[in-house]
Design a protein around this ligand. Sequence first.
Ligand code: SF4
Ligand code: SF4
Length: 71
Amino acid sequence: MALSITEACINCGICEDECPVGAISMGDEYFVIDPNKCNECVGYFDQPQCVVVGPVDCFLDANGHAFHLQY
Ligand code: SF4
Ligand code: SF4
């Protein structure tokens, strides 16, 4: 199961360094997540770190729905 990034990405680059498995990189127009690497941070963090550090709502869950953090 992997998250994905939408065109709402503002290319801040913050999430790239926070991903524990190196799944995030700059794409053609905005940052992208490698679905073969992203494991939704299981075993590393309680919640996906890219979403935690991201300044805008630019992430989708594995079903293509906006990802919301659990509090
Ligand atoms: S959910 Fe975790 S593993 Fe997946 S891209 Fe975001 S930081 Fe990386
Ligand atoms: S944190 Fe969000 S806005 Fe910043 S590069 Fe990552 S996906 Fe794009």
